[in-house]
Design a protein around this ligand. Structure first.
Ligand code: SF4
Ligand code: MG
Length: 331
C-alpha cells in the first residue's frame, strides 16, 4: 500500500542529497494466494525494485507491505528469519547468481544451512529430490555450475528457491538471459511447479510475450507507477492504457495474417524519461499520442473501470472517455 522507494543521489565531500531516483513512486496492489501476478514494463520502470521491496531485500522509503495478514514493512533481522522461508526470489542471471566454486549440492542446500533446517531424510536426499523436481538429475549433486547450460543453471536457481517450501516466489526476469528456444521450457516448469507445490508467483518481465500464458493478472508499470492492472484476458483483449496497447502491439503474433488493423505495431516516440525528474501529470504524456492538456497537469489515479480492471489514464482505450475521479476498487 502506497509503496515508495527513492534512492537518494548524493554529491560532494559532505554527501549532500541533491535529488533522488524515484524507482517506485507510490504503488498499490495485492497478490492473491495461488495466483501468478505478471509485472511488465521497460527497464527503469521500477519492476525489479518492486520485487526487491516485497521480498524485503530492500527497505521501502514509505508505504506498507503485508504478508499473510502480518505487517512486514519494518521487520528487523530477527523478524525476517521466518519470512525468508516463506518468501523467496529467483534472479534474472543464472550465471551470476550461482557461486562457481560451489557444487550444485552446496548451492541448493544453502537455504537449509542459513535457516538451520534439517529436512527429514537429510539434506543430501532432499537436495537430490529438489533436483529431480526441477528436471535435473540426482547425480548432478557433485557437479559445478559451469558444467551446465543456461537453462539448467536457472533450474538450479529454482531448486534453491524452492528448498524451504516457500509460499511466495518472486521471479525477476527468470528467462530473459536465456535462449528464446528454452525460455518456454523454464516458464512451463515454473507453471508446473506452481500446481504441484501450491505456490504463489510474482513474475517480472520486460515484455508481455514471456508471461502471457502463465499470468492470472498483469500489472503494467511505467516510471515507478502501476498504470494498468487487470485479469490476463481483459488486459490482452481490451487494454485500456495507451502504454499497454503499445507494449501489446510489440508482442510477436505467431500467424502474421492474424495481425489485423487493430493490432498495428505502435512505435513509441522518444525514450523513457528520467526517474529522477519524471514528467508532470501523467508520466506517460511525453510519449502518448492521446495526450491532452489535462494529462500534463493532473496525474490520473489508478481506477477500476470494470470489475478486475484498473487503469490510470484520463482518456482510456476501450472504456469511457473520462475516468471517474475516485479510486474505487472493484473486486
Ligand atoms: Fe496518455 Fe493522457 Fe492517458 Fe497519460 S493520461 S496515458 S497522457 S491519454
Ligand atoms: Mg529488471
Amino acid at each position: 500500500q502506497g509503496l515508495v522507494k527513492h534512492f537518494p543521489i548524493k554529491k560532494g565531500i559532505l554527501q549532500r542529497q541533491v535529488g533522488a531516483v524515484k524507482a517506485v513512486d507510490g504503488i498499490d496492489f495485492d497478490v492473491r494466494r495461488g495466483e501468478t501476478l505478471g509485472v511488465v514494463g521497460e527497464s527503469g520502470c521500477g519492476k525489479s525494485t518492486m520485487g526487491r521491496l516485497i521480498t524485503r531485500l530492500l527497505e521501502p522509503t514509505s508505504g506498507k507491505i503485508e504478508f499473510d495478514g502480518h505487517d512486514i514493512t519494518h521487520l528487523g533481522t530477527g523478524g525476517m528469519r521466518p519470512l525468508r522461508r516463506d518468501v523467496q526470489m529467483i534472479f534474472q542471471d543464472p550465471y551470476g547468481s550461482l557461486n562457481p566454486r560451489h557444487t550444485v549440492g552446496s548451492i541448493v542446500s544453502t537455504p537449509f544451512r542459513l535457516q538451520g533446517v534439517e529436512p527429514e531424510g537429510g539434506i543430501k536426499k532432499e537436495v537430490q529430490h529438489l533436483l529431480e523436481l526441477v528436471g535435473l538429475s540426482p547425480e548432478h549433486y557433485n557437479r559445478y555450475p559451469h558444467e551446465f547450460s543456461g537453462g539448467q543453471r536457472q533450474r538450479i536457481g529454482i531448486a534453491r528457491a524452492l528448498a524451504l517450501k516457500p509460499k511466495l516466489v518472486v521471479a525477476d526476469e527468470p528467462v530473459s538471459a536465456l535462449d528464446v528456444s528454452i525460455q518456454a521450457q523454464v516458464v512451463n516448469l515454473l507453471d508446473d511447479l506452481q500446481d504441484e507445490l501450491g505456490l504463489t508467483y510474482v513474475i517480472i518481465a520486460h515484455d508481455l510475450s514471456v508471461i502471457r500464458h502463465v499470468s492470472d493478472r498483469i500489472a503494467v508499470m511505467y516510471l515507478g507507477k502501476i498504470v494498468e492492472l487487470a485479469d490476463r484476458k481483459s488486459l490482452y483483449e481490451a487494454p485500456m492504457h495507451p502504454y499497454t496497447k503499445a507494449l501489446l502491439s510489440a508482442v510477436p503474433v505467431p500467424d502474421p495474417r492474424r495481425r489485423g488493423a487493430k493490432s498495428e505495431r505502435i512505435l513509441l516516440k522518444g525514450d523513457v524519461p528520467s526517474p529522477i525528474s519524471p514528467p508532470s501529470g501523467c508520466r506517460f504524456h511525453t510519449r502518448c499520442w492521446k495526450a491532452t492538456d489535462i494529462c500534463t497537469t493532473r496525474e490520473p489515479a489508478l481506477t477500476a473501470l470494470k470489475t478486475g480492471h484498473q487503469v490510470a489514464c484520463h482518456h482510456p482505450e476501450n472504456g469511457p472517455d473520462q475516468a471517474p475521479e475516485s479510486t474505487a476498487v472493484l473486486e
